[in-house]
Ligand binder design. Structure first.
Ligand code: ADP
Ligand code: GLC
Length: 477
């Protein structure tokens, strides 16, 4: 049985700030179903939530700091999770990356270097857990030092590094490497150094045996200057070890036929029931309950990546049309305020909820007609997949995983029933507005619209295929 240690800074439902958690909470159980002995490892944050029991396993010292290893299970599965308990770093209010006020933790380098060192000790079977993996699968910059440090070990497991978002690199002033006691052998321009900074993500990109990212299009995009943030040369150099594997989703948790937090269950055969969720949503967010008016939705971190500026520029024109818009998100304070201002100006048309609300996210997916994702870049994106499963037609910018998972509505794709949404190329308000108008024309024909919904609902976005691709990759290395 293949043994895989899977390391991440966030795992749903224990803690989540974005799609990374969804993937790290759903891919490992899918790997287990395929016969992999997979164990998860993450920091033991104060905000971590679980219904499962937690046991003490062992204590190790890394870089003169005590770290305790606790063991629990991923809720509703029997996948083992090891929690790295180091109170001075993780037992604090806030989320994995920022404090209660939203400011990045000042010691993020120390926090995730400690986490990475503990992963290395367990990977080398020095954590008193009597288990050594064949493969260590790391995710994003927070685990980037793992492949780098492991590269210096003899008889080590193989390493896979998955890029969920190249925009976040873990860059720190170079002096920090001394405090972190990083081996001098790793400090050079072909190692952890990047333009005079210490780069955590380069630890993964340079030293991992295999690099993956979360869609094929993003795998190609990050080898170009437009998407590569200066790392495109390195990624092209490593292209033989780089591939894209599209994310799957948890089709039990995101399933309109069983979702416990939505008003009415539905599937392809009972699609008209979706309108009960629409009415419930309109009532809940304080918009007039109007059946015929299309409800647009957006659920997102409110950051530049997500094209929020494009939405803001479209809103004056969009809100003159017979539409409603329900938005849930949090992030950039300026975006938040501008969106709230629009909601005040158009109380009958736009409802904005600032904050993080998992139940409302499900209710919006169930109640909305059209989902907006005009991302400037999108490694994979999950909401366009959830939307398709919920019969909520996505409008996306044709980039990254959005390009790989939404088929634009054209005469020929309507005819052969492959159309699942609307996509546009240019990151401009004009191009977004045109896609919105195209969607409204199709929406006005309820028969064609229902076919579009069903086309998306029929697609299997479960992990079945992609988990198999990861397994094949583990076998290869
Ligand atoms: P990213 O990881 O870049 O944020 P993804 O589309 O991969 O983008 O995943 C985002 C995940 O976070 C989805 O599960 C989405 O529903 C969720 N999400 C984002 N913002 C919120 C919010 N304000 N409330 C609830 N869920 C949210
Ligand atoms: C990142 C990306 C998103 C992706 C998610 C999970 O946060 O921004 O596109 O879906 O990771 O892989």
């Amino acid at each position: 049985m293949k043994k895989v240690l899977f390391a991440s800074s966030e795992i749903h439902p224990l803690i989540k700030t974005g799609g990374l958690a969804d993937v790290c909470g759903s891919l490992p159980p899918a790997l287990q179903t395929l016969g992999v002995d997979v164990r998860l490892i993450m920091p033991n944050y104060q905000a971590l939530k679980t219904t499962e029991e937690i046991y003490y396993k062992s204590t190790i010292q890394v870089n003169n700091i005590d770290a305790h290893i606790l063991e629990t299970r991923l809720p509703e599965t029997d996948v083992v999770v090891w929690l790295v308990h180091c109170p001075q770093f993780f037992d604090l209010p806030g989320n994995p990356y920022v404090d209660e006020k939203g400011n990045a933790w000042l010691n993020n380098a120390e926090r995730f270097a400690l986490f990475s060192r503990v992963v290395v000790e367990i990977a080398m079977n020095r954590g008193y857990l009597d288990w050594m993996p064949d493969v260590v699968h790391c995710n994003d910059w927070q685990t980037g030092l793992v492949p780098a440090l492991l590269s210096l070990e003899k008889d080590r497991p193989k390493t896979v590094f998955t890029i969920h978002n190249l925009a976040y690199q873990g860059l720190f002033p170079k002096q920090i490497r001394l405090e972190l006691n990083l081996p001098a052998a790793l400090w050079h321009v072909n190692g952890l150094e990047f333009n005079g900074f210490l780069s955590f993500i380069k630890g993964g990109l340079v030293y991992a045996d295999q690099i993956t990212t979360v869609s094929q299009t993003y795998a190609a995009e990050i080898q170009t200057a437009e998407f590569g943030y200066g790392l495109e040369g390195l990624l092209s150099y490593r292209q033989a070890q780089l591939c894209g594997i599209l994310n799957g989703i948890d089709t039990d948790y995101w399933n309109p036929a069983t979702d416990p937090v939505i008003t009415a269950h539905y599937d392809q055969l009972t699609l008209p029931n979706k309108s009960l969720n629409k009415a419930a949503l309109q009532g809940q967010v304080g918009l007039p309950v109007l059946k015929q008016v299309p409800v647009f939705a957006l659920i997102s971190r409110l950051v530049e990546q997500k094209g929020i500026d494009l939405i803001l520029e479209c809103l004056p024109e969009m809100l003159l049309l017979p539409v409603q818009f329900v938005l849930l998100g949090s992030g950039d304070k300026i975006f938040q305020q501008k969106l709230l201002d629009f909601a005040v100006l158009y109380p009958e048309k736009m409802a904005v909820t600032i904050g993080y609300n998992e139940d409302l996210a499900h209710q919006i997916e169930a109640g909305a007609d059209i989902f907006l994702m005009p991302s400037r870049f999108e490694p994979c994106g999950l909401n366009q997949l959830y939307s398709q499963q919920y019969g909520t037609v996505p409008i996306v910018r044709k980039t990254g995983g959005l390009a790989d998972s939404v088929c634009d509505t054209l005469p020929e794709t309507l005819k052969n029933n492959t159309a699942t949404g609307f996509s546009f190329n240019e990151a401009t308000p004009g191009a977004l507005m045109e896609a919105i108008k195209r969607s409204l024309i199709v929406f006005s024909d309820s028969v064609v619209w229902a076919q579009l919904q069903i086309n998306g609902m029929q697609i299997d976005y479960s992990w079945r295929k992609s988990a198999g691709d990861y397994l094949a990759l583990y076998d290869k290395i």
